[in-house]
Design a protein around this ligand. Structure first.
Ligand code: NAD
Length: 450
């Protein structure tokens, strides 16, 4: 079906009002939970096929995240949908004023390949909770997951309200030419610009969940714990995670110790040959594999570095002696290369981050309250975390999104509901007795004084 006909059908269904009541929204969220529960095996297998994800990781970082979002939405939906009373100034009374969240209409959700299930279905939770109809466009690069979504979603969710369109840039381009009521895009900056321009044609509002170079600053605390937590956040999904720490900033005395501790953490997690570990993933395709291998020469490899193109395997790798102006430090790495750069202290680290585009996340490892405070006050990033990496996303109540170059808008928890709703203000005055008479012209001297 063409994109225009698809949207026309979704719009008609939305206009019928079927998707508005809380009962329909709840029904869809429960259906999504059933899909995730009953078809977990097929979903996890597709993720394994696309990205070599271990079953546990696929479950925890994709299926479980969507389940938590849907559960959170179900338990808060009544509160989110309830009208909120707004006080009316004395001169306008008698009257009532309130705000009421209304669904936007028909929305488009375009997903990337790195968490191809989570990053399509978690936004969908918000779209459904808010009472919208939606088109999902999963990434063609994670083709097994795209196929399984296209097959299962219509079996569980209302097929008149949710459609899955498979395909690459051409499919996205066709969809983006349509006047959707919101476009929710997750992916890289280059395509983000294309999405924003296409949406501008229809004045369609957009959420852009982009990426960037998220720093991890290590200036205090136990270095071995920091190393384990950084290695965990970095190397899951073979470091193809938008909020993975992209690089580390630390002091010259800590750098060699941290580098050694990171190598130890990798061994602890994935053994001495991560290639043989069921828990270590693969690079999505040859293009990204070649790009990453090309970046290896931008520093001194202090651990890891082995690779095998036929398998798209790239070992978790730590680098030092990296030029801040090299390609490794200019582009988002989005793969298992972790450069360690040296700074004199926390203040220099904060300046280093501030001189670059705002990252999606920024991490500080320290056990000093004044460091946590300074970092939190001075670093501008989509989100911040202290003494952990990446797992902040597992808190459904925390909004998730970028700022500046790392994105526009946010979601998760209540924020997902808000993103896909219009907060409609209503002002209501009784028709009986014209209590506005005092406001009408002519404005004699008496009224002017009022
Ligand atoms: P991408 O930009 O290549 O593609 C994302 C989506 O855009 C896909 O569905 C693709 O089919 C579509 N697309 C590709 N070319 C297009 C075109 N010309 N016109 C319209 N649509 C097009 O992104 P990616 O490589 O899949 O994802 C990696 C990037 O995404 C990284 O930068 C990463 O940091 C970012 N990311 C961000 C988040 C987040 O939540 N903020 C999450 C995951 C990934």
């Amino acid at each position: 079906m063409g994109a225009a006909r698809l949207l026309a059908g979704l719009r008609r269904y939305f206009a019928s009002g079927v998707t508005r009541p809380a009962a329909w929204r709840r029904g869809q969220l429960h259906a999504l939970l059933r899909l995730l529960g009953e078809r977990e095996e097929e979903l996890v297998r597709a993720l394994e096929q696309d990205l070599g994800k271990s079953r546990t990781e696929a479950f925890l970082s994709e299926v479980a995240v969507v389940r938590a979002e849907a559960g959170f939405a179900l338990s808060h939906l009544d509160r989110w949908m309830a009208p909120e009373r707004i006080p009316v100034p004395g001169g306008l009374r008698p009257a009532r004023a309130w705000t009421q969240a209304r669904p936007l209409g028909s929305v488009l959700i375009i997903g990337p390949w790195n968490y191809p299930l989570q990053l399509v279905l978690a936004p969908l939770v918000g779209a459904l909770a808010a009472g919208n109809t939606a088109v999902l466009k999963p990434s063609e690069l994670a083709s097994a997951t795209s196929r399984v979504l296209a097959r299962l979603v219509p079996q569980y969710l209302d097929p008149e309200a949710v459609a899955v369109v498979e395909g690459g840039p051409e499919a996205s381009t066709d969809l983006l030419a349509q006047p959707f009521d919101h476009v929710f895009y997750t992916g890289g900056e280059r395509v983000g610009r294309i999405v924003l321009k296409a949406a501008a044609e229809h004045l369609t509002p957009v959420t852009l969940e982009l990426g960037g170079k998220s720093p991890a600053v290590v200036v205090g605390g136990d270095l071995r714990t920091a190393a384990r937590r950084i290695a965990y956040g970095k190397f899951m999904n073979a470091a193809q995670t938008c909020v993975a720490p992209d690089y580390v900033l630390t002091t010259p005395d800590a750098a060699p110790v941290l580098a050694g501790a990171l190598a130890d953490a990798v061994r602890e997690f994935y053994g001495s040959d991560p290639r043989a570990s069921a828990d270590y993933g693969r690079i999505i395709n040859e293009h990204h594999f070649d790009r990453l291998v090309g970046l290896l020469s931008d520093g001194t490899v202090v651990s890891g570095g082995r690779h095998e193109r036929a398998e798209r395997y790239l070992e978790p790798t730590v680098l030092r002696d990296v030029d801040p102006d090299s390609a490794l430090m200019r582009e988002e790495i989005f793969g298992p290369l972790l450069p360690i750069l040296e700074v004199a202290d926390l203040a220099e680290a904060i300046d280093f981050i501030g001189a670059r585009p705002h990252p999606l996340a920024a991490y500080l490892f320290s056990d000093r309250d004044e460091d946590l405070l300074a970092f939190t006050e001075r670093v501008q990033a989509g989100g911040l975390a202290h003494n952990v990496c990446t797992i902040q996303l597992a808190v459904p109540g925390l909004p998730f999104g970028g700022v500046g170059a790392s994105g526009t808008g946010s979601y998760h928890g209540r924020q997902s509901f808000t993103t896909f709703s219009h907060l409609q203000p209503v002002f209501s005055k009784p028709a009986r007795m014209d209590t506005l008479r005092l406001a009408y012209p002519p404005f004699g001297p008496l009224k002017r004084r009022l």
